[in-house]
Design a protein around this ligand. Structure first.
Ligand code: SAM
Length: 169
């Protein structure tokens, strides 16, 4: 089922995640492969924020198995070629604890006659060579072979422009 656009929900995901985690006494670890992205995030965070920033590659996280209640992959998979995308998903599932959740937010094929469908297509084609994979294939296709998951819930937003997957391993 498609949900209406909630732009702020997308742009403020990290802050909301932080608030949710903090209110339960939790903390948030953020991974990015570019130092500049982490520096920019550091400037936006309150000094007291219970957030740790890690300069790491999503395909080789280097964290222990099952150490996280939830893992969020936010607009990353569309940037990666298939091999890296598979490794990122395998790593995310490795570090989430049994009974935890993996949440993925990324692009999706907009519905037919969606006004942005015909504008976004050439932009993605020119600037994001791997992004159109997410229009034509399901993210679940890149999960590790043979992995058992209890549930995959998919929701689309903004006329199909974006998708959210909640995977319960
Ligand atoms: C389109 S941005 C997504 C927005 C960002 N996640 C946020 O919440 O603002 C993609 C981000 O993924 C990072 N990235 C790309 N490849 C990566 C990798 N292999 N490991 C970790 N981060 C990566 C980029 O540096 C960039 O910051």
């Amino acid at each position: 089922m498609d949900a209406p656009c909630k732009w702020r929900a997308f742009t403020a995901t990290s802050r909301r995640g932080l608030q949710n985690a903090s209110s339960r006494g939790g903390r948030l670890d953020v991974v990015d492969v570019l130092a500049i992205q982490l520096q920019n995030l550091r400037h936006k965070l309150a000094v007291s924020a219970r957030v740790s920033l890690y300069l790491r590659d999503s395909t080789r996280l280097g964290f222990g198995d099952g150490g996280y209640d939830q893992v969020v992959i936010f607009f990353l998979l569309h940037e990666q070629p298939e091999v890296a995308r598979r490794q990122t998903l395998a790593e995310a599932l490795r570090v989430v604890r049994p009974g935890g959740k993996l949440v993925i937010v990324d692009y999706h094929l907009p519905r037919r006659l969606h006004p942005l469908r015909y504008l976004v297509y050439p932009v993605l084609r020119a600037l994001e060579p791997f992004a159109l994979d997410l229009w034509y294939r399901e993210i679940s296709e890149w999960l590790p072979k043979g992995i058992r998951v209890s549930e995959i819930r998919k929701q689309t937003f903004c006329g199909g422009l974006y998708q959210k997957l909640v995977i319960t391993p």
